[in-house]
Design a protein around this ligand. Structure first.
Ligand code: AMP
Length: 416
């Protein structure tokens, strides 16, 4: 299928040609006709599938037909609610890109920054508003947002909004919009709370789904290193140096952990920066730009901060800490191996993370290859509590690794 077969306006097709999009992605092929015919939609798709364009293109197409090229007062006719600032900014960029030959205008609002420029821009009038839930409700309460003329409501990354505790805000927002709106809900996973949301607030929606969350792209190679918690930073540096990695996204569980990894890498001369919620919006944007321009080699991120980061052809993803939610692993490694490029997903697994690895392997129905050839192996052997220390060689007894390897020969029971 080609974009011209989707009956899109010529000026939208022109911007897609300039973006180098030759064919619609599967989610676009399925979703665009449904949205254009005016039907509500539930799309099960994760970042990287082209889902932003799947809703942005038909929305611009429809709004252009409604508003035409008139310069009359603009009303908010589309509201996109999304969990993070990064995602909001990227969605706004997509609307700008695809709509650059139309007079449809979008803007983005999010918290953590002054509301004044946002309010000024709102007063001038816009067609499409992209917002995070908190700031949206806040500015609506202050009377700066009029949703009475809304045509489209898009709930993007609905499962992430649920995880981040925004579900009640989302319900409040839906109630502020007109009943005759067209509602589009996108989510990477479909937990019950999201299905209930769709059942209560969407009208006879059509469902489309691409790449079920349990599948990992075939062109992503995956391997796991068993490593002691305290050795993870050394192992990361070792791999970066040995494999000459100059472009990788590293995931840590905590903000503090992300800062520590960056500190250790910088100490060894690796250009690395962290991106997480404690950083100001400007700092996060600067780091992201630096990473995209290859000025920063290693980007260390927590899941929430990394959500929605759109980087094409990322060769490496490193799970410095394994996530306790297996779907998060699939999200993370979905950032490599995109658009036909091959990718490598490396995971570090400390002893207490083994149950997480088991859950991940169950979800992806695959045993992740164990990489044993590295200098910081964690003993795969459960030390025998009955075993008496071998004191014949005092040097060996002092060296815990030497002790471990002795035990490993005696006791073949793996610790997981
Ligand atoms: P998303 O899933 O919306 O995060 O999109 C992932 C990436 O795919 C973005 O960098 C888009 O620019 C790109 N993309 C979206 N649609 C297409 C397409 N039809 N052809 C090529 N690239 C696309």
């Amino acid at each position: 299928m080609t974009f011209s077969e989707l009956n899109l306006l010529k000026n939208i097709q022109q911007s897609l040609i300039e973006e180098g999009y030759e064919n619609p992605t599967p989610i676009q092929e399925q979703a665009i006709p449904i949205i254009l015919e005016g039907t509500d939609l539930v799309g099960c798709a994760q970042t990287g599938t082209g889902k932003t364009a799947a809703f942005a293109i038909p929305i611009i197409n429809t709004l252009h037909r409604i508003v035409g090229s008139s310069n009359k007062k603009k009303y908010i006719r589309t509201l996109v609610v999304t969990p993070t600032r990064e995602l909001a900014i990227q969605i706004d960029e997509s609307f700008n890109t695809y709509g650059k030959y139309t007079n449809i205008r979008s803007m983005v609002i999010f918290g953590g920054v002054s509301q004044v420029p946002q309010v000024d821009q709102l007063k001038k009038g816009i067609d499409i508003l992209i917002a995070t839930p908190g700031r949206l409700l806040d500015l609506h309460k202050q009377g700066f947002i009029d949703l009475d003329h809304l045509h489209f409501l898009v709930l993007d990354e609905a499962d992430q909004m649920l995880d981040m505790g925004f579900i009640n805000d989302v319900k409040k927002i839906i109630k502020l919009t007109p009943d005759n709106r067209q509602t589009l809900l996108f989510s990477a996973t479909m937990p019950i709370a999201i299905r209930e949301l769709a059942d209560s607030f969407l009208t006879k929606p059509k469902y489309v789904s691409v790449t079920p969350i349990s599948s990992t792209a075939e062109n992503v190679k995956q391997k796991v290193y068993f490593v002691g918690k305290e050795d993870k930073r050394k192992l990361l540096y070792h791999i970066i140096r040995n494999d000459k990695i100059n472009n990788a996204l590293v995931f840590t569980r905590t903000k503090h952990g992300a800062d520590n990894v960056v500190k250790a890498l910088k100490k060894n001369g690796v250009s690395a920066e962290a991106i997480h919620g404690d950083k100001s919006q400007n700092a996060r944007q600067r780091v992201l730009e630096g990473f995209k321009n290859n000025e920063i080699s290693i980007l260390v991120a927590t899941d929430i901060a990394a959500r929605g980061i759109d980087i094409e052809s990322l060769p490496y993803v490193v799970n410095f800490d394994l996530p306790n939610i297996p779907e998060t692993y699939v999200h993370r490694i979905g950032r490599t191996g995109r658009a036909g490029n091959s990718g490598m997903a490396i995971s570090f697994c400390a002893k207490d993370e083994k149950p997480y690895l088991q859950d991940i392997e169950k979800l992806i129905r695959l045993k992740v290859k164990i990489e044993e050839d590295h200098p910081y192996p964690y003993s795969l052997v459960e030390p025998d509590p009955e075993a008496k220390p071998d004191l014949r060689n005092k040097n060996k007894a002092k060296n815990p690794n030497a002790r471990k390897s002795e035990v490993s020969k005696k006791n073949k029971k793996r610790w997981y």
